[in-house]
Design a protein around this ligand. Sequence first.
Ligand SMILES: Nc1ncnc2c1ncn2[C@@H]1O[C@H](COP(=O)(O)OP(=O)(O)O)[C@@H](O)[C@H]1O
Ligand SMILES: [Mg+2]
Length: 240
Amino acid sequence: MLNPQQLEAVRYLDGPLLVLAGAGSGKTSVITQKIAHLVKSGLYAINEIAAITFTNKAAREMRERAAKLLGEGGSEGLTVSTFHAMGMRFLEAEHAQVGLRRGFSILGEDDSRALIKDLAPKGVSNDVLDRWRQIIGRAKNQGLDPPAALAASQTPREREAAELYASYAQRLTAFNAVDFDDLIALPVRVLGNRCGHPRQVAAQVPLSAGRRIPGHQRRAVPVIAAVGRRSRHVHGRWRR
Ligand SMILES: Nc1ncnc2c1ncn2[C@@H]1O[C@H](COP(=O)(O)OP(=O)(O)O)[C@@H](O)[C@H]1O
Ligand SMILES: [Mg+2]
């Protein structure tokens, strides 16, 4: 049974919703019950719903709990994935938008570290390399390309990192590859360029095709719900 606050969050369908609550307080229950509610209300088809988590473990748990609520076959077509897996799926569909070719590869953290080491001047300590890598990652998360990162750099170290970022980005392009940060940053850039109404953005999420709810029955605003603890950073910002 959900408490009144949880029920309110489940039933709220009029736009974006942010729930902040502590560990073990029933946040996942809100999301899974909300998924069930969206489907049972008849306003959304299961394949129009995407639930996004931080970890694969959380995604598995959420998928299982949603499946239990929706019954036999009821959760088929539901997207539950991490931010990064979702980003990967998005880029597979939209690779041309960011200059990637089909079958691009994804550099893991170790590969990315090795590439940065390869591009950096010889003899630089691992600590400095890691610091540069962090600065590059932060620039990507802020949506800065190498020239913008260079323009924004304020310290010699940031300037060096921005220069390294330029050769790193060039090399990734030559490899037809992305790193983990790109899995978030590139979809955000594509969606940001197209930005407009949230429904437009939500409609860009490449969910599987299937039964669709007729237009006149749709709600004007997609239901976006985020739950989290205050101590956890939510990557990215909500845009209207
Ligand atoms: N209103 C509630 N009353 C009783 N138990 C609840 C309630 N909401 C959630 N629970 C239970 O509490 C536990 C933690 O809930 P969960 O949704 O996983 O929390 P969170 O995602 O915030 O960690 C689960 O076993 C869940 O079934
Ligand atoms: Mg949870």
